[in-house]
Design a protein around this ligand. Structure first.
Ligand code: NDP
Ligand code: PYC
Length: 346
């Protein structure tokens, strides 16, 4: 028996997805979001919690609220969609959240991708505070291939540099598979997500070696030292660093959004959401040569299992999704009470 199994789990309550969405929606409405924005963020956040993606589940709600209260983000923003070229859609999120901006441009994006074989959605002036897989997975469920990148806030030291510059800059990819769930991965280009550093700090846990540095640039396993003036490192040394650079270029250089180091939220105490950009590339694999793409995906997965692979990216999420579907989403009673209190507050 490990030492951690001797530590009692906090008591939990189980909520089904619609109930959690409704609770989060009420909270967001009470904190200045429009009905559309509240629904979109609540669904995103509840789905993350359902799938056990805790770094971007209900743990994020206080950050959303302090940001809304600080005036840094517009919870009622109405995104502006621009049809700029046969395969290019731009969305100005109008200083609102990225998810409603994606929703606003989605139909045009899919129409263009089906027509041209490929299309881009470039979102700027947007805040993304969530997991990225919910943005790509639905495209693969419709038979499309999707890739998305989003940049965040300066907290990662480029490989070979002395000080932080990049964000944690995730990359998410989704592809249809003939049987079973689409193939989806979603990974920060930093060693770990900033959210996981915050969770480790809150739990008083140490991090594995090689994750980050303290304010003097010295390696540290103390999450608080990373949060208080230190920084994370890119995953995989120069390789992850190059991918993070690419994300900055695609999300800011291309969309017209901010680089992770460009926005100044210092006059908005409580602001936590990066004001940057997001890029989505959607491909209609039906335009490709050869056999059906989804069957080819299936074959690749089959061969990966044949050489001994036990876990594909996304397997853990789907396992957790199934459990949450059966039993409900497990939330610590104390955390749930705090959420209910926020929903009651005017
Ligand atoms: P993880 O390192 O936990 O997981 C990355 C990917 O690898 C997932 O698709 C995961 O699948 C898969 N995976 C993990 N372990 C294994 C394994 N042993 N075998 C096979 N596949 C595996 O995620 P990160 O910490 O990098 O990112 C966490 C979240 O933070 C992401 O959702 C990301 O979008 C989000 N984020 C958001 C930011 C923003 O600006 N909005 C910034 C940075 C991160 P599975 O999910 O099934 O475990
Ligand atoms: O976990 O790194 C992160 C993150 C940054 C912005 C939203 N999530």
């Amino acid at each position: 028996m490990s030492a951690s199994s001797l530590v009692a789990e906090p008591p939990r309550e189980y909520l089904y997805l619609p109930a959690l969405v409704e609770l989060l929606e009420t909270i967001l409405l009470r904190h200045g979001c429009s009905a559309e924005v509240a629904r979109s963020l609540a669904q995103n956040c509840a789905q993350a919690e359902r799938d056990g993606a805790q770094s971007h589940g209900v743990f994020r709600i206080p950050g959303y609220l302090s940001t809304l209260d600080s005036g840094w983000v517009d919870g009622k923003a109405v995104p502006v969609v621009e049809d700029v070229a046969p395969a290019f859609v731009r969305v100005d999120a109008a200083n609102g959240f990225a998810q409603p901006a994606l929703a606003a441009g989605r139909e045009l994006l899919v129409r263009k991708a089906r027509h041209a074989g490929i299309a881009l959605l470039a979102i700027r002036n947007s805040h993304h505070f969530a997991a990225l897989w919910p943005d790509v997975e639905p495209f693969a469920e419709e038979g499309l291939v999707a890739l998305s990148v989003v940049n965040s806030m300066t907290c990662v030291v480029p490989h070979g540099a002395d000080r932080p510059l990049f964000g944690t800059n995730p990359i998410a990819f989704a592809a249809p598979q003939a049987q079973g769930h689409p193939i989806v991965f979603d990974l920060a280009t930093s060693t770990i997500a900033h959210g996981d550093v915050q969770i480790a700090a809150a739990k008083g846990e140490r991090l594995p070696p090689g994750i980050g540095v303290d304010s003097l640039g010295q390696p540290t396993q103390d999450p608080r030292a990373i949060l208080e003036g230190g920084a994370l490192l890119p995953f995989g040394g120069h390789k992850g660093s190059a991918l993070s650079m690419m994300v900055e270029l695609l999300c800011a250089g291309l969309t017209g959004g901010n680089f992770s180091f460009e926005f100044d939220w210092s006059r908005h105490p409580g602001a936590k959401t990066p004001r940057t950009g997001q890029l989505l590339i959607v491909i209609d694999p039906g335009k490709g040569a050869g056999q059906g793409f989804a069957e080819r995906s299936q074959e690749l997965v089959r061969q990966m299992h044949a050489v001994g692979l036990k876990r594909l990216p996304g397997d853990r999420r789907h396992w957790q999704r199934e459990r949450s579907g059966e039993k409900g989403i497990a939330i610590a009673c104390q955390q749930l009470e705090q959420l209910r209190e926020l929903a009651r507050k005017q």
